[in-house]
Design a protein around this ligand. Structure first.
Ligand code: AMP
Ligand code: MG
Length: 400
């Protein structure tokens, strides 16, 4: 036993007991990207009656070929009030209701109109160019399932099913706290030994992409009272999640554990069998879930992707919370792996219809530039055997 927690186990613990947030109603125009809180059922059938899919003539198929008298008209929104009598045709337009008595539509390009008669010499089958009632959906069917993320197409369907407002999950609210004596905000002039804090900005952008609302709590020095005050504030202001970065190395970890214990709870704390990645902390502050990320920028980002992402998706009520992986082939040889799962920053290319993932030769977890230039993470399982260029692998595509 290495004492390291497998990624999947840590993720399962992270998600354990997390319930979707409450729901609210939003207008269709505000619904893109939101997660449906309830199944959305069609309140009507579409089309509501049999309609024509062409401009032309509604007929009885049995009357053709031949010349028919034209009687009446049916256009979209202006249905004919009469029944089609045998031996007659009715002028009809796309979306117009097919009148009772008619069972087919002949497109106008196939018809020769002469005054009050129309001649149609082609073959006609019953149902030609007729969209039957409920072809798209019927009243009562579930068109969109709870736990799915609304997109432009889903919103169109919701509108067509006659929902003006939609029940969605509340946005998760996420406080982000950067810890470290050495950090200054971007735009400031770092003093001796100082660096520019970057983690919070990547985390906030990821939170937004997951449908969350980030709030930057800024930087606190490595001091118990300052850190404790910020953690209390996140809880008192009812944030769903507090993400901290830094303070994850051994000496500093004691500080964070102290803070969490002073909040009256016990930290979940794991050394996770992954690289990049360091100790990851988690605590339930009574309504606010704290995730303590390592400070190294690449570790902070990859842990956000692998742990914070699924947590936010669970809060958002999504059915599918796991980070998706895809198949690819390796662009270069890789040595056998050790006990930690590897997430190798890699470039993607295409060759002979295959996706080729080439891990960067430098994988230092401090290198933001390598991360920024990467397209994907190549996954290497613990104890994976040495692999050759061209061997299959799994990747996680990095959000663009
Ligand atoms: P720590 O987890 O606090 O030991 O930090 C590990 C490394 O990450 C150190 O080199 C820190 O300077 C760096 N680091 C910590 N926080 C940040 C941050 N917000 N932005 C960029 N680098 C950071
Ligand atoms: Mg630190």
């Amino acid at each position: 036993m290495s004492g390291l927690t497998p990624v999947a186990d840590a993720l399962a613990m992270m998600l354990d007991g997390v319930q979707p947030l409450g729901q609210e109603m939003v207008a269709l125009a505000e619904a893109d990207g939101r997660v449906l809180a309830d199944d959305l059922v069609a309140t009507r059938s579409q089309p509501p009656a049999a309609v024509s899919s062409m401009d032309g003539y509604a007929v009885r198929a049995a009357d053709l070929p031949g010349t028919l008298a034209v009687a009446g008209e049916s256009a979209a929104g202006r249905p004919a009030l009469t029944t089609l009598a045998a031996g007659t045709a009715m002028r009809i337009f796309t979306g117009g209701e097919v009148p009772d008595g008619a069972d087919a539509v002949v497109m106008q390009e196939e018809a020769v109109r002469q005054g009050d008669t129309v001649t149609m010499n082609g073959r006609v089958h019953v149902g030609q160019f007729v969209r039957p009632k409920g072809l798209d959906f019927t009243e009562g069917v579930t068109g969109l399932a709870a736990g799915s993320r609304l997109d432009p197409r889903g919103i169109a369907l919701a509108a067509a099913m006659n929902h003006a407002t939609l029940p969605v999950r509340r946005h998760p609210r996420v406080a982000i706290l950067s810890t470290g004596d050495e950090l200054v905000r971007p735009g400031q002039a770092p003093g001796p030994g100082q660096i520019v804090s970057s983690n919070a900005f990547a985390i906030a952008a990821l939170v937004r992409r997951e449908g969350g609302i980030p709030e930057d709590f800024g930087i606190v020095a490595d001091r118990l009272d300052d850190t404790l005050a910020a953690v209390k504030r996140a809880r008192d202001e009812g944030f769903d999640v507090l993400v901290t970065s830094g303070g994850a190395s051994v000496g500093e970890y004691d500080l964070m554990r102290d803070v969490i214990e002073r909040m009256g709870t016990r930290p979940g704390f794991w050394k996770i069998a992954m690289r990049p990645g360091k100790p990851l902390m988690m605590a339930d502050l009574g309504g606010t879930r704290l995730i303590g990320l390592p400070g190294n920028p690449v570790a902070s980002f990859v842990c956000s992707l692998l742990f914070l992402g699924p947590l936010l998706r669970r809060f958002s009520g999504l059915v599918d919370v796991m980070t998706p992986t895809e198949p690819a082939v390796l662009g270069r040889d890789l040595p056998a792996n050790d006990l930690r799962a590897d997430y190798l920053r890699s470039r993607l290319t295409e060759s002979e219809g295959r996706l080729v993932a080439t891990p960067s030769s430098v994988q230092d977890s401090s290198m933001i530039r390598v991360l920024a230039e990467a397209d994907a993470l190549v996954l290497r399982a613990p104890y994976a055997e040495a692999a050759r260029a061209g061997d299959p692998c799994r990747i996680i595509r990095l959000p663009r």
